[in-house]
Ligand binder design. Sequence first.
Ligand SMILES: *Cc1c(COP(=O)(O)O)cnc(C)c1O
Length: 425
Amino acid sequence: MDWKDYYKIDERLYDLSELVLKDCDEQFKKADKIRLVNQTKVMSAFTSVGVSAAHLIGTTGYGYDDSGRNALDAVFAKIVGSEDALVRFNFMSGTHTISVALSALLRPGDAMVSLTGTPYDTLHAVIGLGGKKGDGSLIDFGIKYSEVALKEDGMYDLDAIKEACRSDIKIAYIQRSRGYSLRPSFTSEQTKEIINAVREVNSTAYIVVDNCYCEFVDTEEPTDYGADLIIGSLIKNAGGGIARTGGYVAGKKDLVQMCADRLCYVGVGKEIGCTLDMNRELFLGLFFAPQTVCNAVKTAIFASQFFSKLGFEATPAPDEKRADIVQCLLLENKEKLCAFCRGIQAGAPIDSFVTPEPWAMPGYDSEVIMAAGTFTMGASVELSADAPLREPFAVWMQGALSFDAGMLGVLLAAQKMLENGELKI
Ligand SMILES: *Cc1c(COP(=O)(O)O)cnc(C)c1O
């Protein structure tokens, strides 16, 4: 049997996929090189910390002296070039992890400035944007929040950043990934440029980076080049598709300590927290992360190239340097958008028989359609796509644990569009 014998996909799409694979060759080689560096880095961290079979076994109750938990923190810190890390399944999501970190570092009267425009949607309430007295947000606790707007083209504004950082601020906050916007995600070089600009004018502010979706996409993490704290989710890149929940913070020892005290309680910090049976999967996920992220990046490159060839606008463009695993495709209208998402769903290993429908999701001003058939609920390191039904009819797709499966998902998305008469080939 040939791989083309299993799914009903138009011959012309299969032919196009072979051309596209050739076009992707150079970008794939770059992604493979990054994977090799990252896998070697992960391996050497495991061996230098001396991860043992005993570390994979968890504890119950208070979890005092959980050597696996401590080893996992040490391995993670080594990988991202930081003094310390806090890697915990007890972090419920990326937003929870960021919320804990901000609450840990800020005191009433302190100022936080976001250097990359308005942060990710779920953080608006955490910060207290549009909030009200008594809501428990940062602003409610007396934090002074401000932001430096992005420029019209979506790029950060270095002059305005320096101006904002000349004042007395506690946190200079950077979000690398684009979120649900069309602005570019910021590569290592760009993130480094922002960090250097802050340090030029301010030597004391904590530089905190939302690193969601960016881990292992390049060979360095922001802690390697000057960030004081990075934060991310384990059901995205750093969990390798294996971790079923969790988050991490990594950075300067005293800051990680403050985060541990806030997640747990003051006086105990990192010393407590049983790991149940989670140690093994967090180690295994971290071990797999470079490969999983490479598969997701390749799926994004393939989708970008494939849909560019079909005449759609793709951002990032196929040969653009990537900062994260997110791929945006501008699909022109509601019908194409829905067909695309239904094809992605059909290409999922789980719930492939489900038909995604647009719905009025709370917090959105238009209907949203989502496709996800994942082993871990909501895990967006697995192939998934979501799109608000409004101009410019962009879909944000990301993930794929396996490139072959990711490519199949993209082909099925095109197939669904073709069957609906939404594709010209
Ligand atoms: C995913 C994400 C988060 C956190 O989201 P959760 O769904 O709470 O894990 C924060 N910032 C960015 C840029 C993200 O992509």
